[in-house]
Design a protein around this ligand. Structure first.
Ligand code: HEM
Length: 438
């Protein structure tokens, strides 16, 4: 297309063989000029292969590995309980409460900053940055991505609405990098800062400087990577929770089955307790439900494009260096060779040995480094929510249930399309325990 080779991988086998097994060749990214103009120039998601990419990747992988993310669990538990408590109090909509929760989790992890309520300036800041980024459209496809010199065209003869948007958005994106950074730096200097991604890497920077070594990451790297965690990790987690709420509403029988399992764990010998991370291995049905949600509604249906570094031949087909490679998550998730009745929402398929969907978190050396962290947040919120609440279908004017239809918005980091549901407290005992836990 316009001189750019593009390959779309529709099968999990091809994606695994190319992007995982030959990952060293398929780990580059195309130019994301539009996002760079917006202010995401030091964001891992958009970095091309090279020394800076390797450094940022290492920073993320070391902080958010499967074994390391356990340190964030107490905070995720606390935020989940706080969110469900606010629903019990009827304070605001469930969408706003869950958005506040995911925003707070990611600001605490990235910058050590609490987001106590919706009037916190960080909420507005995160919203503005996410909206600006999502409105940038499908990554790598704007005029300025295809003809980068367009970026130098002055504003008054600018032919591209996307470029105008990128220039206007710069302020919002700068704010999300600078303001929480400055606040956390004041706390670090005062010795009151809690552990965070920024602090971990700042401490290493200071240590190297003290020892007279050249620090691996400079300040711009640390700031860019911390901002990247906000944009990559907040709304994606929220959107996944929204999808789960949609499928819980759509399938009351599946919701009841998870609740029945939860109740067996939470009322041992009549003595009620709140869900914890320790229940996870006993709650496979909840994991299966989350995975089935991700399979049936991938939020990034074509993922974020990779790019190849060298010429390659795959099953007799020549793939030139510089080819853009997209992975069709929807095609993989609905492959009739892998999934029986793929169009049916059926979490029990995993008990029968069907594999969890591949691709929702990407592939190879660009695979999402925040996946363990994100899944832990989604799990903990849902376990707490389902222990106390049930979701019912809203009724239309004639009293018929409105069954939510799965659909996803277009753009980087898609969201499920709006749907209606009704929340009802189902366990006064859990509600009481949650209120006492405050
Ligand atoms: C359920 C929530 C999430 C979903 C669905 C998701 C999905 C994705 C996807 C599809 C990619 C592209 C992978 C590829 O190109 O092959 C990605 C990349 C990335 N994600 Fe996530 N993500 C989530 C949560 C998070 C969290 C919590 C963080 C941060 C702590 C995070 C940080 C990143 C970063 C930094 C990248 C860029 C990696 C690179 O280009 O090397 N994500 N994510």
């Amino acid at each position: 297309m316009l001189g750019q080779h593009i390959v779309v991988l529709n099968s999990a086998v091809a994606a695994t063989e190319l992007l995982d097994q030959r990952g060293a060749n398929y780990c580059d990214r195309p130019d994301f000029t539009l996002f760079e103009i917006m202010g995401w120039g030091r964001t891992l998601t958009f970095l091309k292969w090279g020394e800076q990419f390797k450094l940022h990747r290492k920073m993320f992988q070391s902080t958010f590995s499967r074994s390391n993310v356990g340190i964030f669990r107490p905070m995720q538990l606390q935020e989940s309980r706080k969110a469900v408590r606010s629903l019990i109090k009827g304070a605001g909509s469930w969408r706003e409460s869950t958005l506040l929760m995911t925003t707070s989790i990611i600001f605490r992890i990235a910058f050590g900053q609490d987001v106590p309520n919706e009037s916190s300036p960080y909420c507005e800041m995160a919203k503005a940055a996410s909206q600006a980024t999502a409105a940038g459209g499908i990554a790598g496809t704007s005029l300025v991505d295809i003809f980068p010199p367009v970026r130098f065209v002055p504003g008054w003869i600018n032919p591209s609405a996307a470029l105008r948007h990128a220039r206007v958005s710069r302020k919002a994106i700068q704010a999300v990098h600078d303001q929480p950074w400055d606040a956390n730096m004041r706390a670090i200097e005062a010795g009151t800062a809690s552990s965070s991604f920024m602090k971990i890497h700042w401490d290493r920077f200071v240590e190297s400087a003290k020892a007279g070594r050249r620090p691996e990451a400079n300040l711009e790297d640390i700031k860019g990577a911390t901002g990247a965690a906000i944009i990559a990790g907040g709304n994606t987690t929220w959107a996944t929770i929204l999808s789960c709420m949609l499928f819980l509403t759509r399938h009351p029988e599946i919701q009841r089955a998870i609740q029945a399992r939860l109740d067996m764990l939470l009322y041992p010998e009549g003595q009620a307790r709140l869900p914890e991370f320790g229940d996870h291995c006993e709650l496979k049905c909840l994991d299966d439900f989350i995975m089935e949600t991700m399979r049936c509604l991938p939020l990034n249906p074509l993922n974020i494009p990779h790019k190849s570094l060298r010429d390659d031949v795959y099953r007799g087909m020549f793939i030139p260096a510089g080819t853009m490679v997209l992975t069709n998550t929807t095609a993989m998730a609905t492959d009739a060779g892998t999934y029986k009745n793929p169009s049916v929402f059926d979490p029990s398929r995993y008990e029968r040995g069907e594999p969890y969907p591949l691709g929702n978190f990407g592939f190879g050396r660009r695979k999402c480094p925040g996946n363990w962290l994100a899944l832990a947040s989604v799990y903990m919120f849902l376990a707490t929510f389902l222990a106390a609440f049930e979701l019912e279908q809203a009724l239309d004017d004639e009293g018929k249930p409105k069954i939510p239809e799965p659909g996803v918005s277009v753009g980087l980091g898609g969201h499920p399309l709006p749907f209606e549901c009704v929340l009802k407290v189902r366990s006064q005992e859990m509600a009481r325990l949650l209120m006492e836990d405050a």
